[in-house]
Design a protein around this ligand. Structure first.
Ligand code: CTP
Length: 412
């Protein structure tokens, strides 16, 4: 059970309409036994009064770098906090934090802390989708800041769209999760004993000895899955076309073509509990690659192509009992619709779908933003965050489903 009990949590509140929801977050944290110190920005007090937090929290509200009893309140707060939570986080607050600007007590505390930080953005859709905000969120996510939300829904002024603060209960649960991961032995070793196969990178289908048909996959998302799975105690095999730093405990099988990936993955998957097909496998290959380099002087070659094996579909068709199969969907339009077709068509338990044309997501970026479709019909949006955090969110689902399946089987 994840708990915030006895944890010292700095609750940062910045000035947006959702600031009133921070009152409920404060109350929920208090109910769960946390020690809550509210830090409000000046503009937050335009939306919600300090007296409310004074009455609810463990300590009185702090607002100023200079007027408090403590001569250096930001370092004291930053050094002693188990977690700094900012909810709601406005575009201004996110921008200042990403740029390292510490102009008030909350931003100074954020810069002064080494504790895990959870940022919950809330703003109008136009602001959330502004390139500056997108870049700032990507910077924070890359630095390991945990981004929770926002969700889509009703916004101030009656508008609808992305930018609504995540529900207080979800935010408190996220803080609990982050704290349990941050503890010395806190990382849940919830994949201990599991064997995981991850594929990574784009395959290369030779045209001649120097040229190939390839794609833009960097392998970063696959390696992030491998890191996260090793971190959680799994035995991991990476079947990859690219060489990247990897956890020393993982086994790496290097392949080039779809054919090689198919046979290496089929072999490794036989005994695997979880298979994650993060690789971008080419769909077509030259029927008859030239044995020598094609020469320009011989004119433009007519390259006849044939389909490659669909690795995920054949794994889905021969999936051993109890194995969890995770596929990906790289899309440029109708992400949910195309991903749903792949989910059923390929026999996967989950499809992790992303719009590869989106800003700061997909190929080569360090961040990603995905929609996870489960075979039971659930859809989980995972907002923009580091590829490691995306892996974490997907593996959370996989582990939770495997655990509840095991519990059900035990009861039968
Ligand atoms: N995949 C695979 N073998 C292939 C092609 C794809 O195993 N020959 C897997 C990918 O690793 C991914 C999933 O299938 O997990 C979906 O890949 P994607 O490229 O998005 O879709 P395709 O099946 O290739 O379909 P399309 O390119 O038409 O969207």
């Amino acid at each position: 059970m994840i708990s915030v009990a006895d944890k010292k949590i700095v609750l940062g509140v910045s000035g947006g309409i959702a600031a009133y929801k921070a009152v409920e977050i404060c109350r929920r944290l208090m109910d769960a036994g946390a020690h809550v110190i509210p830090v409000l920005t000046k503009s937050a007090t335009r939306f919600v009064g300090r007296a409310t937090f004074d009455a609810l929290a463990s300590e009185r509200v702090q607002m100023s770098l200079f007027d408090e009893d403590d001569p250096i309140p930001h370092t004291t707060l930053g050094q002693t906090a188990d977690c700094v939570l900012v909810a709601p986080a406005t575009a201004r607050l996110i921008g200042a934090y990403a740029a390292g600007i510490s102009s008030d007590l909350l931003t100074a505390t954020l810069i002064a802390t080494r504790a895990p930080v959870v940022v919950c953005p809330a703003m109008h859709t136009e602001m959330w989708e502004h390139p500056a905000v997108i870049d700032n969120i990507a910077i924070l996510a890359e630095r390991g800041v945990h981004i929770v939300g926002p969700e889509s829904g009703r916004l101030a002024g009656g508008d609808e769209g992305a930018g609504r603060l995540s529900p207080p209960a979800d935010i408190v649960a996220a803080v609990g999760r982050v704290l349990s991961e941050a503890g010395a032995e806190g990382q849940p070793m919830d994949m201990t004993g599991l064997s995981v196969v991850v594929t990574a990178g784009g395959t290369r289908e030779p045209i001649d000895p120097v040229r190939y048909i390839g794609n833009r996959s960097s392998g970063k998302q696959g390696y992030a899955f491998a890191e996260e799975a090793v971190h959680r105690g799994a035995r991991v095999t990476i079947v990859s076309t690219v060489e990247r730093p990897h956890p020393p405990d993982a086994t790496v099988v290097k392949v080039d073509t779809a054919e090689e990936m198919a046979s290496a993955t089929a072999m490794a998957a036989k005994e695997a509990d979880v298979v994650i097909m993060a690789a971008a496998v080419a769909d077509f290959r030259p029927v008859d690659p030239a044995g020598v380099k094609l020469k320009k002087r011989d004119g433009v070659p007519a390259i006849e192509l044939e389909p490659t094996p669909d690795v995920l579909a054949s794994l889905g068709a021969s999936k051993p009992e109890g194995q969890t199969l995770v596929g990906f969907a790289a899309e440029t339009c109708d992400v949910a619709g195309n991903a749903a077709a792949k989910l059923s068509g390929k026999g996967a338990d989950y499809i992790v779908a992303n719009d590869v044309t989106a800003e700061s997501a997909g190929f080569a970026y360090d961040t990603n933003q995905v929609l996870v479709l489960a075979s039971d019909g659930r859809v989980h949006p995972v907002g923009l965050r580091s590829k490691r955090q995306v892996a974490q969110a997907v593996l959370d689902l996989v582990v939770a489903d495997r655990t509840s399946r095991a519990d059900t089987q035990e009861k039968q």
